[in-house]
Write a protein that binds this ligand. Sequence first.
Ligand SMILES: [Zn+2]
Length: 220
Amino acid sequence: MMTCPSNHTDVRISRKIEEPQIDFSKDADLLETMKFRDPLASDRTFARVAGLTVAAIAVDSEIRIASTSPVAGEGTCAWPTVVTVTLSTAPTVYVGADHGACMRGVGLGHEMQHVAIDRKVIDTYGPIFRKQVGAMIDAMNSQAPPAGLDLQSIRDRIEEKINAVIAVTSDSLNTDRAAQHRTLDSPQEYRRLSAACPQVSIEHTDVPATVHARISPGGS
Ligand SMILES: [Zn+2]
């Protein structure tokens, strides 16, 4: 049985994490109802007491494949030389334009925890992608080349198998990620956010109120 030259595959994991864009231009009403492509909150009423983070974790991949020139009477060898998986996120954090300074600070603090969850998920899943994709490639590289297939079919099969592993791992990432965001948006957290700032009452407008809040952009 013919064997292919011992081949090496480089699995590269890269991360692209953008700093969040912070947007104070939309009222809480709008944040609660507006259509966004990737709203993070499962419960939009958090827009009232905090804000809304719009973010996704994109998983992109690139597969480079090398092959030996077919020799008469022998099969073609093809194997991935470099597989790159890129995990990226570019979140936008909205905090109600109608929120006072205290609520802005509190709301931003909550939303930045969502941003931190996504960063943590990317950090956690980098090594998982490496392991899963690596295991699939090792299995493929140790097999004899499939007989009777042309080069294009072999390439297609390699891509299909690697893409399938990436798709399954992406599904776990998304399930895991959604659970973590839901855990943060707990009823207790909602109550904490609701009570975090003094309620401004119109009966007391004659008393000048000073509200202090620290907004730390980029921090969490
Ligand atoms: Zn939330």
